[in-house]
Ligand binder design. Sequence first.
Ligand SMILES: [Zn+2]
Length: 509
Amino acid sequence: MNTRQRMQALRRSSVGPIDVANESGIAEVLEHPACVISSGQICEHSLVDRDLNRLLFDYERTVRSRFTRIVEVLKRISMHQHDKDFTERAQQLAHEQLGFDLPSKMFEDAWVCGLDLSALHSHCIFSVLKSCVDNARTEQAGWRQRIPLDENFLRSCGYHTVDISPCSDGRLQGMSPYVLRILPGPNVQVKAYAGALFDIEADVCDWAQREVERLSGAMVDGERLDYLKIAVYHFSSSSHNGDGCAAHGSNDRQATEAALGRLDELREAIDRSFGIGAAPDVLLIGVDTDLDALRIHLPDAYGDVNSHRYIETVKIYRETLGLSAEVARARVAEIIADVENTGGWGQGQGRMNDGMRRLVSALAEANLSQIEYVIKHHTGRYATIGHDEECIVAGDAVRSLKLRNLFYFAHLDTIEEGAPDMDVGIDIFAKLNVAHGLPVPVLVHFEYDARIPESRARAVERGRRVRDAIEARYPDLVAKGLLNCAIAVSERAGDERCDFVADEVAANH
Ligand SMILES: [Zn+2]
């Protein structure tokens, strides 16, 4: 944290000063709202998994350092562009600092029209993304083994599939392993939409596909398991009007009601199409993106969710800090029961089912670790509370990429349907990149199913169509060289991960 960021963090804070141990163990005085213990103490909650936090932080640091080196390396390369041995020197720098070669042609032509740093920047972003995907298995191995809400746990709560729709906002793109501590896997789908306004028809199709697998007996224990849809909205506790959800004009109430509205519509759509009672369970979650703390809205006995009936993990963290694990866990259960029983005008009809209660309790407990992660590794509140993404990903999620503010993710099949999500993303990058003369890198990524003939070829074709449509939608940016698209495909359950389609890579060279 530099001096300017520290001053900003101090100005934003709303409670008294406390001591927090930073990663080197040195206590420094900071202010933040997650923790209000007295001076001299160190935040260490009994329910926090510190080993898991260390593994997650190692991963975060590894991935971030790859991206932060890009601008530094390009600046150094640019300084040498009139040297005699420029190409060799540039390649050497790239190789040593970034771990990959850059396209030589761009250096060879530099003496005529100057170095195209804008194209090089996008090329580096895509290559670093690819490095992160290629190394994911090794670099994520440690934390993947310790994430508490894995497939077995979710099944023990009664869910064969968890379908999560967060906002496209980059601050939510590390949500599953970090904020929710849900292990990413084939049973967990993440489909992000601006404002968490997910596509009802697409969700009905995804639900129906899993229902066929369940009813056909292809799913172990399918007869007792259900599908769970989670919508995740977000807000900023220190900047409600500026750094909340861009798709809802930073209006927290609107972001909450809109996500809840979609969940209700999805249930209604499935009940009307397949019979009352067919609808999946739903859960509404809000994330305070400053702290990664949760608002978990508690469903009632009928599965109905209310925007006023929720628990807040930041309050739970404060209230249970200093208690033994056993006592703290019992207190979490009491807090949940209290909200269910005395929800006031947000009160539901009866209490949620046991599986949902098990899940909600586990989510609340697991998030305490993430709250402490932000306290310990990000000084209580993220230094950058707003946008800081590196690129836009449009299409299907790149399953092995999970990190806060790494990319803005617009889940889409066609640009016609995904246009509002892309527009919000382009607006964000107009401020982040274009205003500083940097292009917007857009990775168009689709998955294919190797069991289906010609599926890969169709994924590539869809990628090209979406790329063309994106370029047609933002002609001004294209004309100024401020929009660079690349296309990549991944095999849904196989080994091909985020492979760039060759002619698109060539086009960027
Ligand atoms: Zn948003």
